[in-house]
Structure formats: structure tokens, C-alpha cells
Design a protein around this ligand. Structure first.
Ligand SMILES: *[C@@H]1O[C@H](CO)[C@@H](O)[C@H](O)[C@H]1NC(C)=O
Ligand SMILES: *[C@@H]1O[C@H](CO)[C@@H](O)[C@H](O)[C@H]1NC(C)=O
Ligand SMILES: *[C@@H]1O[C@H](CO)[C@@H](O)[C@H](O)[C@H]1NC(C)=O
Ligand SMILES: *[C@@H]1O[C@H](CO)[C@@H](O)[C@H](O)[C@H]1NC(C)=O
Ligand SMILES: *[C@@H]1O[C@H](CO)[C@@H](O)[C@H](O)[C@H]1NC(C)=O
Length: 210
């Protein structure tokens, strides 16, 4: 069957091209659908086998023996933290290629420590020790200075620990991608004077900073 109002050849060609085009389109569409379904299935099976669980960070101990702010905007500090890292995964280990710890006070970073890279096996807990000691020029506004004074009176300082990590998961012999999570721990650290503090430090859970 051909159309009456145009020449037979052109009509046929148009019809053929159109048919071919839609045929190719539906073919591509079907291939894409199949690939998508297979990929989703593979991801699901992968997930079933590995059952990835979130690595959890806690600051389990903190010792602050010096934290004073002098009139020339210099912060003198001596802070030691124990960070516990729990890998609950049965089949995944992690290489911590970069482990950078930043100590912040009122949103201002006052020290950075780079810890030695390490490997953490599956179902294991690693405790790392970060020590921040020294002095740093920190510019605080009047509100921040009064906040400092009130915290000094309480004997507890709000210090935030931020971890910049570069982690490589290891699945059996496969070591593929790298990811760079940021971890944030908002701590209330009591100042120790003469070896004792008014309150004890409470272990604090950290969160992922997105
Ligand atoms: C951290 O852990 C070490 C032992 O691993 C311990 O000697 C130290 O007192 C702990 N606390 C702090 C705040 O460093
Ligand atoms: C900071 O305080 C400690 C005692 O907590 C003291 O020994 C030290 O001299 C003080 N430093 C400054 C610069 O005021
Ligand atoms: C700030 O004051 C401390 C002691 O109060 C002193 O050791 C330090 O050298 C001073 N820093 C500057 C830059 O003046
Ligand atoms: C877990 O870590 C400890 C050291 O902290 C190590 O002796 C042990 O072999 C590790 N276990 C696994 C399964 O990697
Ligand atoms: C500091 O502690 C020691 C004993 O630990 C005590 O003899 C001394 O009097 C204390 N000093 C102050 C200023 O409280």
C-alpha cells in the first residue's frame, strides 16, 4: 500500500527511513533497559554479598591541659584526643592513605596534625591518638572573646575536631576506588588544671560532614 498524493519512490523511502529509525530507537531503548536491569541486579547481588556497613568514629578520650587566650590574640593549647574507628564490615578492609586531623575553636582552625597512614582490617577497631600542642594566632571577635570567657568560667571548651580522610576500600584482592569523607566531632572538653578537671570528658560520636 502506497500513498496516492506523492511519488511512489519518495514515499517508500520516507516510510522505510521512518520505520528503520523507530526500529533502531526501540532497539537502543531495549538494550539500555537490559543494561540497566543487569546493572541494578549486579549492584544488588554485590550489596547482598558485601553488606557494607558504615565505619563509625568516636572520640573516646580527651585531655586538655592548656587552653588560654592572651591579649595579643594568641591561643596556647595542649590537647590530646583518642579517636576510635570501628570497621564493622566482615569482608571490607580500609587503607587510610590520608588522615588529617584539624582542631577548631569557634569555627577557627588552630592546628592540623597529619597522622601516619594505616590499614584497618575487617571487623576491627583502631584507636588513633592525635596531639595538638603549641600556640597559634587566632583572631576572635568581641562576641567570641566573651564566649571564650564564659567557657573558661565553666571550665569546659567547645572544640570541634574535623578529619579529612582519603580512604581506599579493599575487597579481597581488589583495591579500586578512593573516597574522601569528612568527619566532624563536636566535643565538650573540660580543662584540666593541676591534673584534675571539674567534669569528666564524655565519649562523643562523630558524624559525616557532607
Ligand atoms: C589515649 O590512649 C592511650 C593509649 O593508647 C593512652 O595512653 C592515653 O592516655 C589516652 N588518652 C589520651 C587523651 O590521649
Ligand atoms: C596558660 O595557662 C597555663 C595554666 O593553665 C599557664 O601555665 C600558662 O603560663 C598560661 N600561658 C599563658 C601564655 O598565659
Ligand atoms: C604573645 O604573648 C605571649 C605571652 O603573653 C608571648 O610569649 C608571645 O611572644 C606574644 N606574641 C607576640 C606575637 O607578641
Ligand atoms: C585487628 O587489629 C589488631 C590490632 O589492633 C590485630 O592484631 C588483628 O590482627 C586485627 N584483626 C584483623 C582481622 O585484621
Ligand atoms: C596541685 O596538686 C598537688 C597534688 O596533686 C597539690 O599538692 C597542690 O597543692 C595542688 N596545687 C593547687 C594550686 O591546687
Amino acid at each position: 500500500m502506497g500513498r496516492k498524493d506523492s511519488s511512489g519512490c519518495c514515499c517508500c523511502c520516507e516510510w522505510l527511513c521512518g520505520c528503520l529509525f523507530s526500529c533502531i530507537l526501540s532497539c537502543i531503548f531495549q538494550i539500555l533497559c537490559t543494561i540497566l536491569v543487569i546493572a541494578a541486579l549486579a549492584a544488588f547481588i554485590f550489596w547482598l554479598i558485601l553488606r557494607p556497613n558504615e565505619v563509625k568514629f568516636h572520640v573516646t578520650d580527651a585531655s586538655l591541659t592548656q587552653f588560654n587566650f592572651t591579649t595579643n590574640n594568641t591561643l596556647h593549647y595542649n590537647l590530646a584526643l583518642n579517636v576510635s574507628i570501628r570497621n564493622p564490615n566482615k569482608r571490607i578492609g580500609f587503607y587510610y592513605d590520608t588522615f588529617e586531623a584539624n582542631a577548631n575553636y569557634q569555627g577557627k582552625r588552630f592546628d592540623t596534625e597529619t597522622l601516619t597512614p594505616f590499614y584497618q582490617g575487617h571487623k576491627n577497631t583502631t584507636v588513633v591518638n592525635a596531639v595538638f600542642q603549641g600556640q597559634q594566632l587566632v583572631l576572635l571577635g568581641t562576641d567570641e572573646v566573651s564566649q571564650f570567657d564564659s567557657e573558661k568560667t565553666d571550665g569546659v571548651f567547645g572544640i570541634s575536631l574535623k578529619l579529612n580522610l582519603r580512604i581506599r576500600p579493599k575487597l579481597g584482592w581488589i583495591k579500586v576506588w578512593t573516597f574522601k569523607p569528612k568527619v566532624k566531632c563536636d566535643l565538650n572538653v573540660p580543662l584540666k588544671s593541676n591534673g584534675t578537671s571539674s567534669t569528666a570528658f564524655e565519649a562523643t560520636k562523630c558524624s559525616y560532614d557532607l
